[in-house]
Design a protein around this ligand. Structure first.
Ligand code: FMN
Length: 253
């Protein structure tokens, strides 16, 4: 299995899939991982498969996606900002796990047909998004290449993710590696609304930009991504939840 860092480097939003269901054994591994995550997060993520063999689990607009998707993870959580952030954090953890298994995935919050599957939601909870699960097409079709390029046109530079009195080159290597992972991570419409603040040895994450409701998902995603980069550079640690939540290196945690 590839490492978390390798998965973060390899991951892109896959919008073109082979007509090839994911093997039952692999689905079981994903279910087990989701159970583990739910145990830690308290969130009720679920693996959803089609109602029968060869039946897709969700209908996707053909203008944007190609190929059937036979399984997805339902990212369910409360409607408050903290829950939204947790959905982002643990959802991204799952994205990296799926990527490490060699699968293709795409975080989809809006562009899917919600009526094409049924899902029981616990009281007070909502479906924040779904993670498509399948085998990526061997070659990304031109249409999907163009969609990705169009959305990523607004990509920010690495130094734009840093808020500090120091320049990007002056901050420690592990902070730069963390930021690299944040930039490599997904965000809704590629808004990249979470920044990393470095102030006299302390690191925290903050939203610099208003969003249209998914920015707390993005904040949680950015935190998980930063942790992967920092760990790769020899500084494993964890963020506290919340806008402005601090990063604590493992040794101090
Ligand atoms: C919270 C969230 C919601 C998203 N919703 C959609 C969506 O509805 N449809 C879609 O095609 N992509 C969606 N994406 C994928 C983003 O467009 C994608 O992550 C971004 O453009 C960066 O491209 P990349 O993931 O290929 O690096 C979503 C991503 C996130 C994090």
């Amino acid at each position: 299995m590839m490492t978390l860092w390798e998965a973060s480097k390899k991951r892109i939003s896959v919008r073109a899939y082979q007509d090839r269901p994911v093997e039952e054994e692999t689905l079981d591994r994903i279910r087990a991982y989701i159970d583990e995550l739910n145990g830690v997060s308290g969130l009720p993520f679920q693996l959803v498969t089609g109602p029968g063999p060869g039946v897709p689990a969700v209908k996707l607009p053909g203008a944007m996606f190609s190929g059937p998707v036979y399984a997805f993870a339902a990212l369910v959580g409360g409607s408050d900002n903290l829950s939204a952030e947790k959905v982002g954090y643990y959802g991204q953890d799952l994205v990296l796990f799926l990527t490490r298994l060699g699968l293709g995935t795409c975080w989809v919050a809006g562009t899917y047909d919600r009526k094409s599957f049924s899902l029981d939601l616990p009281e007070g909870m909502q479906l924040w998004g779904i993670l498509l699960i399948g085998w990526a097409a061997e070659k990304m079709p031109v249409r999907q290449q163009m969609i990705r390029a169009a959305i990523r046109r607004k990509d920010r530079k690495l130094k734009d993710f840093l808020e500090s009195d120091l320049t990007y080159d002056q901050v420690p290597a592990w902070v730069r590696k963390g930021i690299e992972a944040v930039k490599d991570g997904p965000s809704a419409v590629n808004q990249q609304p979470a920044n990393i603040v470095y102030d006299r040895g302390k690191v925290w994450a903050r939203l610099w930009k208003e969003g249209r409701g998914l920015q707390f998902n993005d904040l949680g995603i950015a935190k998980r991504q930063f942790e992967v980069g920092a760990a790769e550079a020899g500084m494993p640690g964890r963020f506290a939840f919340g806008d402005g939540g601090h990063f604590s290196p493992e040794a101090e945690a």
